[in-house]
Design a protein around this ligand. Structure first.
Ligand SMILES: NC(=O)c1ccc[n+]([C@@H]2O[C@H](COP(=O)([O-])OP(=O)(O)OC[C@H]3O[C@@H](n4cnc5c(N)ncnc54)[C@H](O)[C@@H]3O)[C@@H](O)[C@H]2O)c1
Length: 274
């Protein structure tokens, strides 16, 4: 096992479970200290449960078991003051933040002509504004120190459209634009900024009845949804595991990727190749 992040501190949003937890544990395994946060509450427009405090505690335990110094907090990325307050604590307690992974996100469903203003607003406030909040809270410290790695979690929906999730697609296209612009702004400060664009990942975001109904409206079950997901990409697998995405995130955060910036990285089984 390589220890690429010995002496580094990593700040990850949405880390109580799913991909965020996987990223946190992999960074901890490779020597990093981590500052992890999550909303630990449900949101009315999201038709599946978000994380709990127990989920966040479980991520803390898993990272500590890898030997990491771990800070954790309940933070709603829609609230800049909460996020910047935790970033300030992390900078003070860990001495610096070297890596930001802007990961928190939601996935809700509906045709663009039918979405409510609340559904559209929560999507943009979480996936886009929440990402910007994390950047605004963490990147100025990186700039002062002249070092930083920012990894923004996009999606195959950063690159192509999908019906019935247009607000998600809009939010994920937008974070790719944010990635490119931030990379240009922060290059003089030796901060790299990249966007990871996964296809479907095996997490609660896809493993819930509302998502099954998106894939298979007549029969909204996991058994019916999996072949539909598998038919969407040339490799014919239904979804990635969170660790498949973590490997790309850690690469982009490592010194091996020191000259890579302003770019998007697909982990999508060829889905967007055609
Ligand atoms: N699962 C997929 O198929 C898939 C595919 C491509 C991209 N993504 C993206 O990957 C990222 C991680 O998603 P995941 O697959 O691990 O799903 P997930 O639902 O397991 O994890 C998302 C986490 O974000 C948290 N979160 C939601 N709203 C928040 C808020 N306002 N403030 C703080 N935390 C909040 C949730 O509580 C949850 O812990 C998201 O940005 C998602 O859009 C997911």
């Amino acid at each position: 096992m390589t220890r690429r992040f010995e002496g580094k501190s990593v700040f990850i949003t949405g880390a109580a479970r799913g991909q965020g937890r996987s990223h946190a544990v992999q960074f901890a395994r490779e020597g990093a200290d981590v500052a992890i946060s999550d909303i630990c509450a449900d949101v009315a427009t999201v038709p599946y449960g978000l994380s709990s405090e127990d989920d966040l505690l479980q991520t803390v335990r898993l990272c500590e078991a890898e030997g990491a110094h771990v800070l954790s907090a309940r933070v709603d990325v829609r609230d800049y003051d909460e996020l910047s307050g935790f970033a300030a604590v992390a900078e003070r307690e860990l001495g610096k933040i070297d890596v930001l992974v802007a990961n928190a996100g939601i996935f809700t469903f509906g045709a663009l002509t039918e979405l409510s203003s609340e559904q559209f607003g929560d999507m943009i406030d979480t996936n886009l504004k929440g990402t910007w909040h994390a950047v605004k809270a963490v990147v100025p410290g990186m700039a002062r120190r002249g070092y930083g790695r920012v990894v923004i979690i996009g999606s195959s929906a950063s690159l192509i459209g999908y019906p019935n999730v247009g607000h998600y697609v809009a939010s994920k296209h937008a974070v790719l634009g944010l990635t490119r612009s931030l990379a240009l702004e922060q290059a003089p400060n030796k901060i790299t900024v990249n966007c990871v664009c996964p296809t479907g990942v095996h997490t609660t975001m896809l493993e819930n009845e509302a998502a099954y109904a998106l894939m298979s409206p007549e029969n909204p079950t996991l058994e019916a949804a999996l072949p539909v997901l598998a038919s969407m990409n040339p490799l014919g697998e239904p979804w990635l595991e969170p660790e498949d995405v973590s490997r790309m995130v850690l690469f982009l955060a490592s010194d091996e990727a020191r000259y890579i910036t302003g770019a998007e990285f697909k982990v999508d089984m060829g889905l967007t190749a055609p």
